[in-house]
Design a protein around this ligand. Sequence first.
Ligand code: TRP
Length: 504
Amino acid sequence: MSPNKEFWSSSKGFVLAMAGSAIGLGNIWRFSYIMGKYGGAAFMLVYLAAIFLIGLPIMLCELSLGRASGKGPLEAMTELAPKRTTLSFFAAVALTLGAAAFAFKGMYFHAGVTGFFALGALLFGWGFLGFTVTFLTPLMIAVFYSVVGGWIIIYTIVSPLGKIFREPTVSAELLDNIVTASGSQYWVTIAAAAAFFLATAFIVMAGVQKGIERFSKIFMPIIFILIIVIIIRALTLPGAKEGLRFLFLPDFSKMSAEGIMAALGQAFFTLSLGAGVGIAYGSYLGKSSSLPKTAITIVIMDTIASILAGLAIFPLLFATGLSPQEGTSLVFKILPAAFGKLPLSPLWGTIFFFTLLLAALTSSISMLEGAVQGIMQKLYLGRAKAVILLILVLGPLVPLTAVSAANYANIPKLGKFFSETLQLRSDSFFAILDNTTCLWLMPLAGLMTLLYVSFVWGKKKAMEEMNCFNAFEWLFSNIWFFVVRFISPVLVIMAFLKGLGIFF
Ligand code: TRP
């Protein structure tokens, strides 16, 4: 075992990088559209429970596995224990049963994918979990994230002109064209998504993370201030109260099994869990940092960011009479309308979208970092070549996703193939990537990580890695391990069973 040299200049740099990964489009764009779709306050409660009872414990697992092994996500687990254990064997058995169940229901594509995972788990044991969280999940996310990143680029560019703030109907039409990649916006949307993806790849290649980290340190506070300004403006509009009611008065009758899975998926997405990020970043961390303090700080910062975004967006939404069911374009319709109600709207709008772009970039680089680390280790390539390989493999998927972000109108034949032949019942290719990662891959990887830490790596080593400095941290770590072993996995499994309609 040859641990990486310490990479972060200080614990503060590490916290910032982790926060940079966590805080991104997920807090503003995805949080608000998912919450709108699944009905507000009841969703929020399930989401918060998932953040603290599942997300925080898993983040600590990932950070400690990363630091203990000194290796990235691809090899962290196989470094710390035998590759195949009884537990990985049972995982393979469970996946085989899952594949059989899908085949029985006539869902052959799902059966095939689950069977592939079963075989992977059987042959490669924990190494297969490493493969999934290093390559599969984060790269799928990087693709659809680039599409939304592209929308933000377009917004940043058109904001100074001020038109989208002054003329709501013009902007609504422009937005629809961007999201559906139709009309004059077809190529613009493709170019913007490609630009975001290439920018991410370039930053990872050049290793200039520190540069944008510094940038976002300056701009992040600005976005917080702007959101608070929007909150104040929003709350003074007629009809805003309805938005607060939506956010804070739970109506559990609206809470569906699908909503519970969506809340769990959002918790994983927003904290960048189940995709190797914590393991990759943790592997660069020095032994002297306290993990509980770091993880709690990141989780609280991220949660505050999401709640503030909700407070800005939902009162506005109800005040302007839009539907919470708007979907992926929700914030893109609400925010220009909101800025339009402020003096100097082009200025604030531009700063806001530019900052959001930086926040999105600090997140998207974390999706590629683990994969690049993995390619460098396995194929003995330099960083630049590893990144070029990623560009070649993922590149074609970016425009494909950009033109099918809302529906299959631009690619009818392929759409038919996805929805009828493969039976992927999502509205768009974008939704397939989003659903597969957030509703399946990340929660499953999270579950496996919990089980690995509880039963394979074990309490003694996990507690050692927590590196407690005082009685409070010691107590916290003991509670953490209890939750990791007995609470979080049960909750994830219950959510899965409920989502599948098998249980209560
Ligand atoms: N957490 C980021 C956001 O909220 C997105 C993100 C970055 C991510 N890295 C990830 C999500 C890895 C899943 C996995 O915008």
